[in-house]
Design a protein around this ligand. Structure first.
Ligand code: FE2
Ligand code: FE2
Length: 235
């Protein structure tokens, strides 16, 4: 995958392929099962599985942002691709795909049924706030290495962004999405899953999840946070 493609949002859309589609990559590296996942493209879409994977991508992008800020605060070198790379993943894979999917394919079923209206209003509002914040983070990232005031603002922005999305996804995962079966029947649920898969295919093309994980892993390697074991406390 050429590096210049990673640096362009439009390029990402061309480069990206299908999303989660049933593959769980062991330890974040490409597994030998990946081909079978691609080959198993006709496999039934499972909405909860896709959302699980997409939220996982969000969490890993946030971890990259947090690691980048820690390096800046410690005056360690920060690879210039790290923060912009995480922002690009969030904008392209989460904001343009995952969140639009929630807003257009899933939330309306609850709204129509009059369930969780207040929660959904907050979730929609947080999507907008998140979009504004990724732009702020993107702008601050360019000059934070040299400017201590911008570094302080970046620190605050990343902290607030991370906290908001931890709360946000915790409610989606434990309150809203488990209740989807209360507002749609099994057939409708399957249709939503298929429509979401088609949306992903049209927007991102083939193998998007595998590709976004590959991109994520490359950035994690730049920051030396790719090894899961390093996050285990030694006490
Ligand atoms: Fe959301
Ligand atoms: Fe979500």
């Amino acid at each position: 995958m050429p590096e210049d493609i990673l640096s362009s949002r439009r390029g990402f859309l061309v480069w990206s392929g299908t999303a989660c589609a049933g593959l769980f990559l062991s330890g974040c590296s490409r597994s030998k099962d990946e081909g079978s996942r691609d080959a198993g493209h006709s496999r039934k879409a499972v909405l909860s599985e896709d959302i699980l994977c997409e939220h996982g991508v969000l969490q890993r992008s946030i971890l990259i942002m947090e690691a980048s800020v820690r390096r800046l605060d410690a005056h360690m070198g920060l690879p210039p691709e790290a923060l912009p790379g995480a922002v690009e993943i969030i904008q392209t894979y989460l904001e343009d795909f995952h969140q639009r999917k929630e807003e257009e394919e899933i939330f309306p079923y609850f709204e129509k049924a009059g369930k969780f209206n207040e929660l959904i209003a907050v979730l929609r509002n947080q999507h907008q706030a998140g979009r504004r914040m990724t732009e702020i983070i993107q702008n601050l990232a360019a000059s934070a290495i040299r400017d201590s005031e911008k570094r302080r603002k970046l620190d605050i922005a990343v902290n607030r962004f991370a906290y908001m999305y931890r709360v946000h996804t915790s409610r989606e995962d434990t309150v809203l999405f488990p209740a989807l079966y209360q507002v749609v029947g099994p057939r409708e649920y399957e249709k939503i899953a298929e429509d979401c898969r088609k949306r992903q295919q049209q927007l991102l093309g083939e193998n998007a999840f595998a590709r976004v994980i590959e991109k994520t892993l490359k950035i994690e390697e730049l920051l030396s946070i790719q090894d899961l074991e390093t996050s285990t406390p030694d006490f």
